[in-house]
Design a protein. Structure first.
Length: 237
């Protein structure tokens, strides 16, 4: 499709700047709350409960942030590579999977042929020898696949059909479902490895820097530091 569109006899260019503005405004508005939590949490907790509380918060942020960042980067990269592998190199299939996929293809085609025969019969048309021959051929292929599967041992059914080259066939439902699932995984995997994972590094750094900068304030304004001596004597150390 041509990037230009006609409206009212005039050729108009696509308004890409408006699309970018919509996405930018939405991302800024939706990131306001998470950013405020990252900035205000150490400051509020440190002001009320002192440096010890902030140290505990930082330990949790660092430990959980590192684990999530590594997990997001690895899982996102795995999903991305999975889609590329299935699309470019094919899908390695066991004999049982290949047999079931081919049988499903023939069964779906047989179902359509039988529906056509039923439709023609309903309208009083009985001269459909070619369609009837196709139904016989499809039934024969399905029976051959069933016999071939039954003749294999359990070990032979688990063998890879072609270990040197992956299987690529868009008509094969097994491959099509695998490709569809890999596309869904890649949709989630790209932002995981490119944005969500690296953003946790910024979260850790920002929380740590804010805690260090405001550490003198925490010591002066801490709620526990302002407790009377009588209460401090009761609190177990």
């Amino acid at each position: 499709m041509h990037p230009q569109s006609k409206k009212g006899g005039e050729v108009k260019e696509p308004d890409s700047a408006k699309c970018i503005k919509i996405s930018t405004d939405a991302s800024i508005s939706q990131m306001f709350l998470p950013g405020a939590i990252v900035i205000l949490c150490p400051i509020i907790m440190g002001t009320l409960f002192g440096p010890t509380c902030v140290a505990g918060i930082l330990m949790g942020i660092i430990i959980s942030g590192i684990q999530l960042a590594i997990s997001m980067a690895n899982s996102g990269g795995a999903w991305d590579n999975c889609k590329k592998s299935i699309k470019n190199q094919g899908l390695w299939m066991k004999f049982s999977e290949m047999n079931s996929a081919e049988s499903e293809v023939y069964s779906n085609e047989l179902k359509k042929v039988e529906e056509n025969i039923e439709l023609l019969t309903r309208h009083g048309i009985y001269n459909f020898k070619e369609i009837e021959d196709r139904r016989i051929v499809l039934k024969g292929k399905i029976d051959d696949l069933d016999r071939e599967r039954e003749s294999k041992t359990a070990e032979e059914k688990e063998e890879i059909v072609n270990p040197k080259q992956g299987y690529i066939d868009k008509k094969n439902p097994f491959w099509a479902r695998a490709e569809s699932a890999s596309i869904s995984g890649d949709t989630v995997g790209d932002p995981l490895k490119d944005t969500s994972g690296p953003s946790l590094n910024i979260l850790i750094k920002l929380s740590s820097i804010l805690s260090v900068v405001f550490a003198p304030l925490f010591i002066k304004t801490s709620f526990f530091n302002a407790l009377p001596e009588q209460v401090k004597a009761v609190v177990p150390k």
